[in-house]
Design a protein around this ligand. Structure first.
Ligand code: BES
Ligand code: MN
Ligand code: ZN
Length: 489
């Protein structure tokens, strides 16, 4: 796939498919669009009339242009109200246009969309991201790899050459696609070792430092909470610590921590029928976003030092399994009564957060497919955001907005920690069902002292059953774009 950003006006472009973004305010046609309509003998207006196109966001239509014209197909994509157009509107519109072009077998696509707030760089990046992400198809596990038409040349019309923006889009989408593929692959492929190997591949390709702590080293560090979870699996745990260091002195030092359960059976509190156990390969969605962000950041090279961490493991059952009621000691010395082995993510994160804080970073962000309760609260498209640091929470919210990813802040209601009180240990790992995402966040808080910290519960958005916007069914790569925006800000 090749992008060309050039000043070519839409009237002068020739190629397979020309796709024009129209806001509600672009109708009735005037100016250049009216000229385009005359150029195609009124076909544009016919298309609008025939499909009752009003410019509504997400709507689209396409028609064939008669031979002799400089384009074969002409498509229109709705942008909604002109004043509400955001970078993500353009990202999604570009995705819709790209899908349409692919379906119509257009090898070359001319995209004409409005420039967001005179910012050609931002617009170019959003459009390229939308196209890359919509056209990514994961056929790794299909025996019949049917390539149903490819769009190989994309021309961003009316945009001056923006090579750095195209490179940024490519780097970010590389990261998102890596995260999608890690989440989509099953647990017999993406094992803790495979996650460690992925970190190794990123380190080798982009010159990052990598440290993999094996079980014995984790034992020496006292990571009893993490190792308790890993115990029943035949697959050894891998504690991943990948570091990006800028060439000069870093302006900030950050840590990103991802939950990396390559499969969550629930342990002895095994997940039953109807629990979605067959989907629990997605329980490394936080680690996938962490590694995806690493891949992007390694290419974008900001002046920031970033530590990418995941305590990868598999939550299984066997004679070695931790039992409900066992007491584990985490690496900060705190003791945990495991009243439910299915609340395992927080146990692995406990030791990962302690490790991250010891690095002396300025801020920690963790991402975890932590609770079903968060999906009940916010649905599949919105992640939960927990923090006691307003400044860091606001920074993540700003980054998320630019990235087009949705988060909603939930309270860290201290009173609810009562639900985690244990008679025999410092705390239990599981509270009552009501407010389950909040008690999970409060549990994690016990493992961070005073470093500014945000916890993101991404259980819902890491996976989608249906195509929507630039996402395709499967892993979404959720979190990567927000993380990259945050680090670059
Ligand atoms: N990995 C799950 C949470 C999850 C559920 C992620 C659905 C994605 C989709 C987590 O380890 C878990 O099992 N949580 C339990 C916690 C409970 C035992 C307190 C849950 O949400 O039911
Ligand atoms: Mn679980
Ligand atoms: Zn889990």
């Amino acid at each position: 796939m090749e992008f060309h950003a050039s000043n070519t006006p839409l009237l002068d472009w020739s190629g397979d498919g020309l796709m024009v973004g129209l806001s509600e305010a672009a109708l009735p046609l005037s100016g250049t669009l009216a000229d385009l309509n005359s150029r195609v003998s009124g076909l544009l207006q016919d298309l609008i009339d025939d499909t009752e196109f009003t410019g509504k966001e997400g709507s689209a239509a396409i028609t064939r242009v008669g031979s002799g014209a400089n384009i074969r197909k002409l498509g229109i994509v709705g942008l909604g109200a002109a004043e509400a157009i955001a970078p993500d509107t353009l990202r999604r519109a570009a995705a819709t246009a790209a899908r349409l072009a692919k379906k119509e077998k257009c090898a070359s696509l001319g995209l004409s969309l409005p420039i967001y707030q005179d910012n050609a760089a931002l617009t170019t990046q959003a459009l390229a991201e939308g196209v890359y992400l919509a056209l990514h198809q994961d056929t790794r596990f299909k025996s019949d790899d049917k390539a149903n038409g490819t769009v190989d040349h994309i021309h961003l019309l009316g945009l001056p050459d923006q090579e750095p923006s195209l490179q940024a889009a490519q780097a970010i989408c590389d990261g998102v696609i890596l995260a999608r593929e890690l989440v989509s692959a099953p647990a017999n492929v993406v094992t803790p070792e495979a996650l460690a190997q992925t970190a190794q591949d990123i380190a080798t390709a982009h010159g990052l430092e990598l440290e993999i702590l094996e079980q014995a080293q984790c034992e020496a560090l006292g990571m009893g909470a993490y190792l308790g979870v890993a115990k029943a699996s035949d697959l050894p745990p891998k504690f991943i610590h990948l570091t990006y260091k800028p060439a000069g002195t870093p302006t900030r030092k950050l840590a990103i921590v991802g939950k990396g359960l390559t499969f969550d059976s629930g342990g002895l509190n095994i997940k039953g029928a109807g629990s979605g156990i067959e989907m629990m390969k997605i329980d490394m969605g936080g680690a996938a976003a962490t590694l995806g962000a690493a891949k992007a950041i390694a290419q974008l090279k900001p002046d920031v030092e970033v530590h990418f961490i995941s305590a990868a493991a598999e939550n299984m059952i066997s004679g070695h399994a931790m039992r409900p009621g066992d007491i584990l000691t985490a690496s900060n010395g705190k003791t945990i009564e495991v009243n439910n082995t299915d609340a395992e993510g927080r146990l692995t994160l406990a030791d990962a957060l302690v490790f991250a804080e010891k690095l002396g970073v300025d801020a920690i962000v963790d991402l975890a497919t932590l609770t079903g309760a968060c999906i009940v609260a916010l649905g599949d498209d919105i992640a939960g955001l927990f923090s006691e640091n307003d400044e860091l929470a606001a920074a993540i919210a700003t980054a998320a907005k630019a990235a087009g990813e949705k988060f909603w802040r939930l309270p860290m209601e201290e009173k609810y920690f009562d639900g985690l009180k244990s008679i025999v240990a410092d705390m239990k790992n599981t509270g009552p069902r009501p407010g389950g995402s909040i008690t999970a966040a409060l549990f994690l808080k016990q493992f961070v002292n005073d470093t500014p910290w945000v916890h993101l519960d991404v259980a819902g958005p890491v996976w989608t059953e249906k195509e929507s916007g630039y996402n395709n069914p499967g892993g979404t790569g959720f979190g990567v774009r927000t993380l990259v925006q945050w680090v670059l800000a």
